[in-house]
Design a protein around this ligand. Structure first.
Ligand SMILES: NC(=O)c1ccc[n+]([C@@H]2O[C@H](COP(=O)([O-])OP(=O)(O)OC[C@H]3O[C@@H](n4cnc5c(N)ncnc54)[C@H](OP(=O)(O)O)[C@@H]3O)[C@@H](O)[C@H]2O)c1
Length: 210
C-alpha cells in the first residue's frame, strides 16, 4: 500500500514515517520545505513537497491511503488554524474522495468530540478539528479518526486505552505513531472515531476491542 503522510516532518509524523519505512508500505512523506526531505528519505520514504495552504489534489491522488497528522501548531494564529487544521484537512478529504483513495486516517484531538469542554485558549482549534472530523465522517471514505489526549514526548510503551468515552489524559507521540500504523492494518477501525490515551492494553488488542 502506498501511504501519504501529511505532516511528515512533525513530531508524530516523523515517527510514523520511520515506523512505516521497514514495512511493506511505500511511504510518501509530505513536507513543505525541501530541506526537510533528506532526513525522511533516509528511512526509505519518498518526500513530496506540498503545502496545505495550496492545491494538494495531485499529491493525494497518487496514494492508496492518507495519514493526516499536520497541524498549524500553538505558535501561529487562528487564521492558520482555519487554513491548515480545518480547510487543509477538508481539501485532502475532498481530494481523496475525488481520486478514489479509500483509506484515510485523521489525527484529531480528544476534545473535538465536544469543543466546549476544551480549554478556552484552544477552543477554536478544537472547533476546527471537530468540523474536519464531521466532514470526514460524512465522506465516502474508509476513515479512522484517532482522538489523542494531550501529547507528550515520553517513550512509547505500546500500551493504550482506546474507546469513545475514556476520560481525559495524556499519551506519548511515540504511542500515537504506533497506533496510527496499527490502525492502517486493522479493519475493525474502518469508519470509526475513537479516543486514545496511555493505558494498559497492547495497541492491537485495544483496536480489536473497539
Ligand atoms: N499537541 C497536542 O497535545 C495534541 C493533542 C491532540 C492532537 N494533536 C494533533 O496531533 C497532530 C500531530 O501533532 P505533532 O505534535 O506531531 O505536531 P507538529 O510537530 O507541530 O507537526 C505538525 C506538522 O504539520 C506541518 N504543517 C503545518 N502547516 C502545514 C502546511 N500548511 N502544509 C503542510 N504541512 C504543514 C508542520 O510542518 P513544518 O514541519 O514545516 O512546520 C509539521 O511538520 C496534529 O494534527 C495536532 O493537531 C496535538
Amino acid at each position: 500500500m502506498r501511504v501519504l503522510v501529511i505532516g511528515a516532518n512533525g513530531k508524530v509524523g516523523r515517527q510514523v514515517v520511520a515506523l512505516l519505512g521497514p514495512t511493506h508500505h511505500e511511504v510518501l512523506a509530505m513536507v513543505r520545505d525541501p530541506a526537510q526531505a533528506s532526513a525522511l528519505e533516509a528511512t526509505g520514504a519518498r518526500a513530496v513537497v506540498a503545502d496545505l495552504e495550496e492545491d494538494v489534489t495531485d499529491v493525494v491522488s497518487e496514494t492508496d491511503a492518507v495519514v493526516f497528522t499536520a497541524g498549524s501548531g500553538g505558535s501561529t494564529g487562528g487564521d492558520k488554524t482555519l487554513l491548515v487544521d480545518l480547510w487543509g484537512a477538508i481539501k485532502t478529504i475532498r481530494a481523496a474522495e475525488a481520486a478514489g483513495v479509500k483509506r484515510y486516517l485523521m489525527v484529531s484531538a480528544i476534545h473535538a468530540a465536544d469543543p466546549d469542554q476544551g480549554r478556552p485558549a484552544i477552543r477554536h482549534y478544537m472547533v476546527a478539528k471537530a468540523l474536519a472530523d464531521e466532514r470526514l465522517e460524512q465522506s465516502t471514505l474508509d476513515y479512522a479518526i484517532l482522538r489523542p489526549g494531550r501529547l507528550n514526548d515520553g517513550p512509547g510503551t505500546g500500551l493504550i486505552r482506546a474507546g469513545e468515552d475514556i476520560g481525559y489524559g495524556e499519551i506519548s507521540r511515540a504511542d500515537v505513531a504506533r497506533t496510527i500504523v496499527a490502525t492502517l492494518e486493522c479493519e475493525n477501525t474502518i469508519r470509526r472515531t475513537f479516543c486514545i490515551l496511555a493505558g494498559e492494553t497492547p495497541i492491537g488488542e485495544a483496536l480489536a476491542r473497539l
